[in-house]
Each structure stands twice: as C-alpha cells, then as structure tokens.
Design a protein. Structure first.
Length: 118
C-alpha cells in the first residue's frame, strides 16, 4: 500500500485544542489501522475526532463543510482506494497460490499412481 504523501499527512495530522465536555467511548478497529496509527503516531482520540468530522462533512452537515474537512475527505478517499487496490492484489495472489497448491496435489497423485513417489 502506498504511504500517504507529506501533504496528505499534514492534512490528516493537524491537531487542534478542543474545549467543552467529553464523552468516553470505545471503538474496535482493524489490526491494520492500529498498526498504521502506531506507525504514524496518530492518537486514537484524534483519529476518531477527525473521522467523525470528515464523515459529517461527507454527509453535508453545514457546520463541518470546511475547506480542511474537504481536503481530509479527499486524502482519506485516496488512502482507502489504495487499501482496496492492495486487498485486490493480495486476493489475486492468494487465488494463484491456492491454484498452485491444488496443481501440486494433482501432480503428487499422478506420480503416486505411476509409482514415481519418493
């Protein structure tokens, strides 16, 4: 998977001081996301806050229709598209690998039938 560009990282990593009341919550994420958050030192609270802001932007909530959220939305869409491409490539390699295993099993059966086994 392609790493985000420096500009994408800047857009996604702009922390802001927040005031007001907070609510404690728990979110389960994929292992890949956790590893990426660790790699790029993204605190879970910041990831959640930005993710919600971008989701609200994508839904058209007026308060969140800002240029920053627009740039973040575009950067995240690029990132997720790259992840999809990587998943498709992995899936194709897995299919090819399984086909090779099946072919090997068939060859071993033929060799056994012909008395050519070791």
């Amino acid at each position: 998977m392609e790493k985000p560009t420096t500009d994408d990282q800047k857009i996604l990593e702009q922390p802001k001081a927040r005031g007001g009341r907070t609510v404690v919550t728990s979110v389960s994420i994929q292992k890949d996301f956790k590893e990426l958050m660790d790699t790029y030192s993204i605190p879970p609270t910041d990831a959640m806050r930005r993710g919600v802001a971008v989701s609200l932007y994508d839904l058209g909530v007026l308060k969140y229709l800002t240029p920053l959220n627009e740039r973040r939305s575009i950067a995240l869409k690029k990132f997720f598209e790259a992840m999809k491409d990587d998943e498709k490539e992995l899936e194709e390699h897995t299919k090819q690998f399984r086909a090779m295993i099946e072919a090997s099993k068939t060859i071993l059966k033929i060799a056994k039938t012909l008395g050519m086994e070791k």
